[in-house]
Design a binder for this molecule. Structure first.
Ligand code: FMN
Length: 162
């Protein structure tokens, strides 16, 4: 099993997926990892809306006009009843946990930004039968990478010690 540091260092955004479905139990493990993220003032404000039915995903993608790179599954991360001003922090931390969990399970991932909350919220709420006040912040596409993921090197950290 790869170390946590190796998993973090090997994660890169995947921009080409196969259509192979991600098994339900694997998605559940990945969502659980999202829900293990820290959150402002312990509100645990997340909702995870998994869109993995191909017809539903096609409808969401059409409505949002978002490139999801052929991924068979997008996990939409919502934050409801979070601390005002911290919703995007909470959502982002859950998204990163999702990416790291996917990487550790041998799957590709990519965080997808949608203009919060106007772009994706109405489309997903309508299509997935959520209440209109259910706010979605971000999405994470996951699935089997269709070939090697571009393994670019990140710049060295801009760090100072004092
Ligand atoms: C908040 C956020 C939003 C992003 N939105 C998109 C997106 O909409 N589409 C996309 O192709 N990549 C998106 N990305 C992926 C970034 O482009 C990518 O993480 C960055 O270029 C660094 O590359 P790496 O993830 O391979 O290390 C997003 C990343 C973050 C953190």
């Amino acid at each position: 099993m790869a170390s946590t540091l190796d998993v973090i260092a090997s994660r890169r955004s995947c921009r080409s997926f196969t259509s192979t479905p991600v098994p339900r139990d694997v998605i559940e493990k990945i969502v659980q990892a999202g829900a293990e993220a820290p959150c402002a003032m312990g509100r645990y404000p997340w909702t995870f809306t998994v869109v993995n039915n191909p017809e539903t995903l096609a409808r969401v993608n059409q409505e949002t006009k978002k490139q999801t790179y052929g991924a068979p599954c997008v996990i939409f991360v919502g934050v409801n009843n979070g601390i005002p001003g911290y919703e995007l922090f909470d959502a982002a931390l859950a998204c990163e946990n999702i990416c790291i969990a996917a990487q550790s399970l041998g799957l590709g991932s990519i965080i997808l930004s949608y203009h919060y909350p106007t772009d994706v919220t109405p489309a997903v709420n309508t299509i997935c039968g959520k209440p209109a006040d259910h706010k979605i912040c971000m999405g994470v596409a996951i699935g089997t990478a269709n070939g090697p993921v571009h393994a670019h090197t990140h710049p060295a950290p801009n760090v100072t010690f004092h």
